[in-house]
Design a protein around this ligand. Structure first.
Ligand code: PLP
Length: 397
């Protein structure tokens, strides 16, 4: 690899061959050795409409002819219209307002700042196993290998057990009482733990979390950076689990990754505090970036199209049938799937090369496969690629 820039999340010189790309076509990309690969993980879950989508790209291009930079404080038609449409689409249980960002980490970071300011409390309860972003605040509540390396501000973080280790939340309740309700701002939780393995809490656990929030007046910050925009089969995961979040963090599929963009939804009962009482001391140079808003409108057009919804149902069935078909294969240890997000844990690792030989590219650990296919695969394409993956898993011991 050229040593003029860093490669993310890795030693700069490692054994793995570099991933290359020289062209894209829908959910496929061409490597420099002339192999077309079907991306079954939507890059890092953001390319929900493929590596290229003509309709979203045209929305961005149309906006470039009008203006592609705007004063962050400016009111303009696209900003007003796209915000109303996003609020309509999210269909959260109460009114809310949006704070725009450029990434998932910034959505989480701004949620933490706002929640601490509003409650005047510092401690955030978060899961042992989670990812919330690479900035220091978001990383401090992340529970994976990336956290300990960076001297994050851990005295403001208290970890709760994983749902499987505390199904009735009695341990979490004890942690709250021991920490002192007066010190706790609230929970920040992924609705489904995404990148760390598609860990899906059950309804009982989520209802228990909501009950603890209600009882102790704790904020519920839902990190939906992976889950929202139909990844779990609904606009948000909070809707699936009947939650009443105080804040919802959004990014990734909000623009299909085609423009770096994100948003934080804040319940109106908190947002209105900034009307007269508090100064909103948060902002970004590229806040509500017009190209991000244009791409987001394109995404909303697609997701609210009736025919596209029928297509999503059809590919979701194909996806779930694949999980049923592979469940008993000897190499398969466990599978987890919800909507169009799934993980396959394997008894023995398989190589990215063997996946590439089959024309497939996946986030791969190597004893876990993460599947989050683009919504734009046709039924035939997705069936064919999943059949190829099943074939590979059936033959590997
Ligand atoms: C659940 C979750 N939250 C936050 C983030 C951070 O998003 P970004 O990489 O856009 O900053 C990620 C990224 O993978 C994520 O999966």
């Amino acid at each position: 690899m050229a040593k003029t820039y860093f490669k993310t999340w890795s030693k700069q010189i490692d054994q793995k061959p570099d991933l290359t790309m020289s062209a894209v076509e829908g959910p496929y990309f061409l490597t420099e050795d002339e192999k077309w690969l079907a991306d079954l993980s939507s890059i890092s879950y953001q390319a929900a409409f493929g590596h290229h989508h003509e309709y979203i790209a045209n929305k961005i291009v149309e906006q470039t002819h009008l203006f592609c930079v705007a004063n962050p404080k400016a009111v303009f038609e696209l900003k007003t219209r796209a915000s109303e449409r996003l609020l309509d689409y999210l269909d959260l249980p109460e009114a809310g307002r949006l704070f725009y960002t450029l990434s998932g980490a910034e959505s989480v970071e701004n949620a933490l700042k706002m929640a601490r300011q509003l409650t005047q409390k510092k401690i955030i309860l978060c899961r042992q196993r989670s990812y919330h972003g690479a900035s220091l605040g978001a990383l401090s509540i992340t529970g994976d290998w990336r956290n300990p390396l960076h001297f994050t501000v851990d005295e403001w973080t208290v970890r709760i057990p994983e749902p499987a280790d505390d199904p009735d939340l009695s341990k979490t309740r004890e942690i709250i009482l021991k920490t002192g309700v007066e010190n706790i701002c609230g929970f920040c939780l992924e609705t489904v733990t995404g990148g760390n393995g598609v860990i899906i809490p059950d309804q009982e656990w989520w209802s228990g979390i909501q009950a603890l929030c209600d009882e102790f007046k704790l904020m519920l910050i839902a990190d939906e950076v992976i889950c929202a925009f139909h990844r779990l089969g609904a606009p948000t995961g909070t809707a699936l689990f009947n939650l009443k979040p105080d804040m919802v963090c959004l990014a990734k599929a909000i623009t299909g990754g085609m423009v770096p963009f994100g948003a934080l939804w804040v319940a109106e009962r908190h947002a209105k505090t900034y009307d007269h009482d508090l100064v909103l001391s948060q902002g970004l140079t590229s806040y509500a970036h017009p190209l991000g808003l244009a791409a987001m409108e394109g995404v909303l057009d697609l997701l609210t199209d009736q025919e596209f919804q029928i297509h999503l149902k059809a590919i979701t069935k194909i996806f779930h049938d694949f999980f049923l078909a592979i469940a008993e294969f000897p190499i398969v240890k466990e599978t987890r799937v919800l909507g169009l997000l799934g993980a396959v844990d394997l008894h023995s690792p398989i190589s990215q090369e063997s996946l590439h030989e089959k024309g497939l590219h996946l986030i791969h650990f190597p004893d876990r496969l993460m599947l989050a296919p683009a919504y734009t695969f046709t039924e035939d394409q997705l069936s064919e690629h999943l059949a190829d993956l099943a074939d590979l898993l059936e033959r590997v011991q």
